[in-house]
Design a protein around this ligand. Structure first.
Ligand code: SF4
Length: 323
C-alpha cells in the first residue's frame, strides 16, 4: 500500500512521549480518569488494548494494575521496546532520504538519555553493572532490532500520517476506548494502514489472534472517529523479522465491539463485587505481583472500592479469548 505524503491525520494528537511497547493505554496505563494516582483505588473508566488483554489473561492481574495500581519493576525487554519505539518515531523527523540505519543507530544514545530523564526508574536496570558491559550489550540488541526493521520496511518510501497517535472514542454504550497507535499511514486514495511495532518474535499462528485483537481494537477506534474501516492492520515483529498483516472488514469491527462490551460488563461486575479471580498460567512467570496472589500463597491488598454482593447465578469472569 502506497502512503500519503500529505500528512493526513486520522485524528487525535501525537503523545510524543516514551511508553512501554504494546501498552496501548493512552497514557494513564490503566484506563483511569486523568489525575488518578497509584494506590488511589479508582474504578476503571475506560478500556485500552493492553488492559483488556490483562483482564482476559487474569482478572486479578487487571485489578492489581488498574485498581490497586501496584508498582511494577521495569524490565530490560520492555524498556528496550520503549527505546526502539522512540527511535522509530523520531527517525521520521528526518527527510526521507536520510532515514537510514546509521541515522537510527545514532539516535539511540539521545533517546536513551531522554528515557532515563522521563522514567528515572529504568536506571535501576543497570545499577549492578558498574562496568557498563550489560548496558552496552542491551544497547547493541536495540541496534540489532532497528537494523532488522530496515529489512522489513523502507522508511525512505514512507510518510506516516501519524506516529505515536493517541486515540480515544466512545461507543454507543458509553464505554470509552483509548490507546496509542505506533504509526498510521494514509494513502492518497484515503486508505488507512495501522502499523504496530513489536520488538519480540511473531507468535505461532495459534496465538496470533491476541496481537490481532489489539489491532482490531484500534481499527474500531479509527472507525468510530473517522468512519473509515482501515484497509490494513500490520504488525512488524523486529525480534523475528516477520510482518503480519490483516485486512479487516466491517464485520470484524462489529465482532470486536461486541467482545469489548462483554469484557466491560465483566470488568464492571468485578469492580462492584470485588470478585477478581486469579487465573494462573505460564504467564505468571512474568507477573510482578505473585507476593499478593493467592495462587502463590499471597494475599491481595484490602479492596479499595465500595462493594456490593455478587449477583446470584452469574459468572462474570468466564474465560474470554481475544476474539
Ligand atoms: S501471579 Fe498469575 S494468577 Fe496471580 S495475579 Fe499474577 S497473573 Fe494472575
Amino acid at each position: 500500500m502506497e502512503t500519503s505524503t500529505d500528512g493526513t491525520s486520522t485524528d487525535g494528537t501525537s503523545s510524543g512521549g516514551a511508553r512501554a511497547e504494546g501498552s496501548g493505554d493512552g497514557g494513564s496505563g490503566a484506563g483511569l480518569p486523568s489525575g488518578a494516582r497509584a494506590g488511589a483505588g479508582v474504578a476503571p473508566a475506560s478500556l485500552s488494548p493492553s488492559r483488556a488483554s490483562d483482564f482476559m489473561q487474569c482478572p486479578l492481574l487487571y485489578r492489581f494494575r488498574v485498581i490497586d495500581r501496584l508498582p511494577e519493576k521495569p524490565s530490560e525487554a520492555a524498556t528496550r521496546g520503549t527505546l526502539v519505539h522512540a527511535v522509530l518515531e523520531r527517525l521520521f523527523d528526518a527527510p526521507a532520504t536520510e532515514r537510514t540505519a546509521p541515522r537510527a543507530r545514532a539516535l539511540i544514545p539521545g533517546q536513551w538519555d531522554r528515557l532515563r530523564e522521563s522514567k528515572p526508574e529504568v536506571v535501576e536496570l543497570f545499577a549492578d553493572d558498574p562496568g557498563g558491559e550489560r548496558l552496552a550489550r542491551w544497547l547493541g540488541e536495540a541496534e540489532q532490532l532497528l537494523e532488522r526493521w530496515f529489512t522489513l520496511e523502507d522508511p525512505t518510501r514512507l510518510e506516516p500520517a501519524e506516529r505515536e497517535l493517541f486515540v480515544e472514542a466512545e461507543l454507543d454504550s458509553g464505554l470509552r476506548l483509548r490507546g496509542i497507535i505506533d504509526r498510521v499511514d494514509v494513502a492518497p486514495t484515503g486508505e488507512v494502514r495501522i502499523v504496530d511495532y513489536k520488538t519480540g518474535k511473531a507468535p505461532r499462528p495459534e496465538y496470533a489472534e491476541g496481537a490481532l485483537f489489539q489491532m482490531k481494537f484500534y481499527a474500531l477506534v479509527v472507525w468510530r472517529l473517522k468512519r473509515v474501516v482501515p484497509r490494513r492492520l500490520q504488525l512488524v515483529y523486529l525480534g523475528s523479522g516477520d510482518v503480519v498483516t490483516y485486512d479487516p472488514v466491517f464485520a470484524d469491527l462489529e465482532r470486536v465491539e461486541r467482545k469489548l462490551l462483554a469484557l466491560w460488563e465483566a470488568i464492571s461486575a468485578a469492580t462492584e463485587t470485588g470478585d477478581w479471580r486469579p487465573r494462573p498460567s505460564k504467564l505468571c512467570g512474568w507477573c510482578d505481583h505473585q507476593a499478593f496472589c493467592p495462587e502463590f500463597g499471597g494475599t491481595p491488598p484490602p479492596y479499595p472500592l465500595p462493594l456490593r454482593s455478587p449477583a446470584s447465578g452469574r459468572d462474570p469472569q468466564g474465560r474470554m479469548g481475544p476474539d
